[in-house]
Design a binder for this molecule. Structure first.
Ligand code: DGL
Length: 280
């Protein structure tokens, strides 16, 4: 993968992949978390071919600098475009905050990013307190500050970074005792503050939704943005005439650069069915 000097990226968008509707959609995350978004995309757009890149060698992104994450985002986007991607989904809140503006300034293919669901959570809350679980990188970002400014004015927003949780999920330890203890320690301050709505502000966290729900209890709503991102992608593809049509099921292909011996097993188990996984 080549390196980009993204800091000098003040020119016109420069990469214009000629696209047609039969080309695949590229999706990436720091690791396996974005598979939670991939599932929504596949369910909504079954005819689309989907390419998923798990940058697990560099996970977690949450503790990395925005510059490092940009470097990775550009390299992976180049890779996915080289595989024929007609559109890109940054299935990672942390990478969206660090890189999506720069990606959009550089590439002309449709790029969909994600952000923690503060807006719907604020609208849904009855207690007036919402909790946000996210990475350090997301919570520190200017984009998150802007989100709070826009949508967090009429509620109290309690944020909680979750160091170590992404690593548990990368190892496929969704129900392990250590994972449960970690989740409990991160959810407790939100409950103590009176949150009745918790935002899963990292695409890894829906994979421990069951744990979070057990710990938070039935009176607390959990919100993530996977389904909304899939709908946004569909609208962008419709608007640009690139939505795949036909009744044939699209193919889904994974790449991972994880050094873990069971990386392919973790992907297959999170995806839930047999999957073609290539070591990148
Ligand atoms: N899944 C990512 C997100 O949505 C990043 C997690 C990480 O690598 O720290 O923020």
């Amino acid at each position: 993968m080549r390196k980009h000097n993204f800091t000098l990226n003040n020119s016109e968008p420069s990469v214009n992949a000629a696209s047609d509707s039969s080309q695949p959609i590229g999706i990436f995350d720091s690791g396996v978390g974005g598979i939670s978004v991939l599932k929504h995309i596949h369910a909504l757009l079954p005819a689309e071919h989907l390419l998923y890149y798990a940058d697990s060698l560099h996970a977690p992104y949450g503790s990395k600098t925005p510059e490092f994450i940009c470097e990775r985002a550009f390299a992976i986007t180049d890779f996915l475009i080289a595989q024929g991607a007609k559109a890109l989904v940054v299935a990672c809140n942390t990478a969206t905050a660090a890189a999506v503006d720069k990606l959009r300034a550089h590439y002309t293919l449709p790029i969909i990013g994600m952000e923690p669901a503060v807006k719907p959570a604020a609208a849904a809350s009855h207690s007036g307190v919402i909790g946000v679980l996210a990475t350090v990188g997301t919570l520190k970002s200017a984009q998150f500050a802007a989100l709070l400014e826009h949508y967090g004015q009429h509620v109290r927003v309690v944020t909680q970074a979750c160091p170590g949780l992404v690593e548990c999920i990368e190892r496929g330890e969704l129900e392990a005792t250590a994972t449960r203890q970690l989740v409990a320690s991160y959810v407790a301050p939100l409950l103590e503050a009176g949150a009745d709505t918790i935002v899963l502000g990292c695409t890894h966290y829906p994979f421990v939704r069951k744990l979070i729900a057990e710990i938070a209890g039935p009176q607390v709503a959990l919100i993530d943005t996977g389904a909304a991102v899939a709908r946004q992608l569909m609208h962008r593809l419709e608007d640009t005439g690139m939505l795949a049509t036909g009744s044939t099921q699209g193919e889904v292909k994974f790449w991972t650069n994880s050094p873990a011996p069971d990386a392919k097993w973790v992907i297959a188990s999170l995806w839930g069915t047999l999957a073609e996984v290539v070591h990148a």
